[in-house]
Design a protein around this ligand. Structure first.
Ligand SMILES: Cc1cc2nc3c(=O)[nH]c(=O)nc-3n(C[C@H](O)[C@H](O)[C@H](O)COP(=O)(O)OP(=O)(O)OC[C@H]3O[C@@H](n4cnc5c(N)ncnc54)[C@H](O)[C@@H]3O)c2cc1C
Length: 310
C-alpha cells in the first residue's frame, strides 16, 4: 500500500515539478544526491577525498526505453570519466546496465558498456556494475563475465539476500572478478531471496568471509555496523591486511559511521548519485522497501545521538 503510493508519486509529473521547484524538496534530496550536474558530483568527490574517502559517481537513470536515452547516458559517463581524470579526483563510476540499454538488447548494452570500460581503462579508472532486480541478475552476471574477459577494470555488485549469490560469488571469484557485496535493495519473493533480515545478515557474513579469504581486493558495501565489525574481525583473525578490501557506503547515509571508519584508518568509498532524475530516485529509495523510511529516521537519530555524545 505504502510502496505503491510512493511509486505512483515518483512518476507523477505534477508532483515531480512541484518537488523539483520547491526548495524543501531539493534540500531533502540533497542529503542523498550530490546535485544535478557532473560538476556538483565532482565537488562532492573532492570533499570526500579531503576527508580521506574515495568516490563512486553514479549518473541517475535506469530502464531506458529508447536508444537515444542510452546514448545520452553513455555520453554523460564518458564526460564524467574525463572530468575525474582532469580534476584528478579519486573516484570510480558506477552504472546500471538497464541504463546502458539492457532492456533494448544485450548487444547494445554490451557495446555501450564497453565504451565506458575502454575510456576508464585509458585513465586507469574502474567501473562498477550495480545489480538491479532479479529480472536481470542472470543477464547482468553473463554480461559482466563477458566484459571481465576483456577488461580488468570492472566490478559487479552481488546481493546477499539472493540464495543464488553464494554460487555467484564463487563463480566471480573463479574468473578473478571484483565484487561489491551488498544486502540487496529490491523487493524479491521468498522463492529466490531470504525473507528475513537475520538470514540475509547471516549470508552477508558468509559471503564477506569468502571475499576476504580470496586474497583479492573487494568491496564490503553496508551501513550495518555488525557487518562492518564482522568483516573487520574476520580479516584480522585471518591476518589479512585491513587495506586489502574497502568498505562502501551511500552518500548521506550513516555519516557518523563513515567518519569512524576513516578515523580508524579503513578504506572507504562513497557512492555518489547525481543527475536531473533525482526525484524518482529519491522516491524509489523510500518505496523499494518500506523499512527504508525507518532507515532514514534511524540514520538521522543515530547521527544526532553520536554528535551529542561526541
Ligand atoms: C555503496 C553501495 C552500493 C550499493 N549498490 C547496490 C546495488 O548495486 N544493488 C542493490 O540491490 N543494492 C545496492 N545497495 C543497497 C544495499 O543493497 C542495501 O539496500 C542498503 O545498503 C541497506 O542495507 P545495509 O547493508 O546498509 O543494512 P541494513 O541492515 O539494511 O541497514 C543498517 C543500518 O544502516 C542505515 N541505513 C541503511 N539504509 C539506509 C537508508 N536508505 N537511509 C538511511 N539509513 C539507512 C540504518 O541506520 C540501518 O539501521 C548498495 C549499497 C551501498 C552502500
Amino acid at each position: 500500500m505504502w510502496r505503491s503510493a510512493v511509486l505512483a508519486l515518483s512518476t507523477n509529473r505534477a508532483m515531480r515539478q512541484i518537488a523539483t521547484r520547491n526548495g524543501l524538496g531539493k534540500r531533502m534530496a540533497s542529503r542523498f544526491v550530490a546535485g544535478e550536474t557532473i560538476d556538483e558530483a565532482i565537488a562532492v568527490a573532492e570533499d570526500l577525498n579531503q576527508r580521506g574517502a574515495t568516490g563512486e559517481l553514479d549518473y541517475l537513470g535506469e530502464h531506458v526505453t529508447d536508444e537515444g536515452q542510452a546514448v545520452l547516458a553513455v555520453k554523460t559517463y564518458l564526460d564524467t570519466l574525463d572530468r575525474i581524470a582532469n580534476t584528478r579526483v579519486d573516484a570510480h563510476v558506477s552504472l546500471k546496465l538497464s541504463q546502458m540499454g539492457q532492456e533494448l538488447g544485450d548487444e547494445l548494452c554490451y557495446d555501450n558498456s564497453r565504451k565506458l570500460l575502454e575510456r576508464a581503462a585509458e585513465y586507469a579508472n574502474f567501473v562498477w556494475l550495480d545489480m538491479e532486480g532479479s529480472y536481470s541478475t542472470e543477464r547482468t552476471i553473463q554480461l559482466y563475465k563477458k566484459l571481465r574477459a576483456e577488461y580488468e577494470n570492472v566490478g559487479i555488485a552481488l546481493q546477499a539476500y539472493l540464495y543464488r549469490s553464494k554460487a555467484d560469488v564463487e563463480e566471480i571469484l573463479s574468473i578473478g572478478g571484483t565484487v561489491r557485496l551488498c544486502k540487496g535493495a529490491y523487493s524479491e519473493p521468498p522463492e529466490i531471496a531470504f525473507p528475513h533480515k537475520v538470514e540475509v545478515d547471516r549470508n552477508y557474513k558468509v559471503l564477506a568471509e569468502a571475499l576476504i579469504s580470496s586474497g583479492r581486493y573487494h568491496a564490503i558495501a553496508t551501513h550495518d555496523d555488525k557487518m562492518i565489525q564482522h568483516a573487520t574481525r574476520f580479516a584480522k583473525a585471518r591476518g589479512a591486511d585491513s587495506q586489502a578490501f574497502e568498505f562502501q557506503m551511500l552518500y548521506g547515509i550513516r555519516r557518523d559511521l563513515q567518519a569512524r571508519l576513516l578515523r580508524d584508518g579503513r578504506r572507504l568509498r562513497i557512492y555518489v548519485p547525481f543527475g536531473e532524475q533525482w526525484f524518482p530516485y529519491f522516491m524509489r529509495r523510500l518505496a523499494e522497501r518500506p523499512a527504508n523510511t525507518l532507515f532514514l529516521a534511524s540514520s538521522i537519530v543515530a547521527e544526532a545521538g553520536s554528535r551529542n555524545r561526541g
